[in-house]
Design a protein around this ligand. Structure first.
Ligand SMILES: Nc1nc2c(ncn2[C@@H]2O[C@H](COP(=O)(O)OP(=O)(O)O)[C@@H](O)[C@H]2O)c(=O)[nH]1
Ligand SMILES: [Mg+2]
Length: 220
């Protein structure tokens, strides 16, 4: 089974809390995934690599995504040719030291709204920078998110920037502590949106998750 790259569609970007509330209330049981992480960790780049290029906008300046971007994507069973469609959310990052208080507050309100109202059948993909794992804002985010009871996978991106074996080993060594401290983190992946490392495993993990929550009979 595979994600049909190029069939991913941008549905809308919502930057108002009211609009987001309305949309989520109208879509209570939807099945899908959400990417979230500090700005500049490579969320948009990962989305493009996994869902087809130019799905999301890759930013030169950090903190450009100020809205919840909603997409639909499709998964195809190569044997049966059955196609099912799911939702993808690119959620604005957290921990922007450089933005104004008012803007930070609006992001926080969007995040609160998203996590309070989103379907339970949403998988959370928390992206972190492999070079700077578990930054303060990431730890604060984990504390925040644990109350919402969503299945969460952690992705350490930009692995291509870790040059030495010892840098890689240091990151691997964090795994047990993360599983212990953040018990709702079910999987940890090491990726490079640039080079493609780790992406086939992430794609299969996404498919396994959405399929597990699918209502379609015979879609296996
Ligand atoms: N070397 C490297 N650069 C990356 C990787 N992923 C993203 N980038 C770069 O990091 C910057 C921010 O990426 P973007 O996807 O916009 O991050 P976002 O703010 O989290 O959506 C861009 O310059 C990307 O080209 C990666 O895996 N490796
Ligand atoms: Mg982005």
């Amino acid at each position: 089974m595979n994600i049909q790259k190029g069939k991913t569609e941008f549905l809308m970007g919502l930057d108002s809390v009211e609009q987001l509330k309305t949309w989520l209330n109208e879509h209570p049981f939807i099945n899908g995934i959400a990417f979230i992480g500090r700005s500049n960790v490579g969320k948009s780049s990962l989305i493009n690599s996994l869902f087809g290029k130019a799905t999301a906008r890759v930013s030169k300046t950090p903190g450009r995504t100020r809205q919840v971007n909603i997409f639909s994507f499709t998964v195809e069973d190569r044997e049966t040719k059955l196609v099912e469609s799911f939702y993808l959310f690119d959620v604005p990052g957290y921990g922007h030291a450089e933005v104004s208080k008012a803007m930070a507050q609006n992001w926080q309100n969007l995040l609160d709204t998203f996590f309070q109202l989103c379907s339970e059948k949403i998988l959370l993909l928390n992206i972190q920078d492999a070079r700077h794992p578990l930054q303060d804002s990431d730890v604060v985010f984990h504390e925040y998110i644990k109350g919402f009871d969503l299945e969460t996978y952690l992705l350490f991106n930009k692995m291509d920037k870790l040059k030495t074996q010892s840098e890689k080993a240091k990151l691997q060594a964090l795994k047990p502590a993360i599983y212990k401290e953040f018990k709702w983190v079910k999987q940890i992946h090491f990726t490079s949106a640039e080079k493609g490392d780790g992406l086939p495993a992430v794609e299969q993990a996404i498919i396994t998750f959405v399929k597990r929550h699918s209502d379609l009979r015979g879609f296996s």
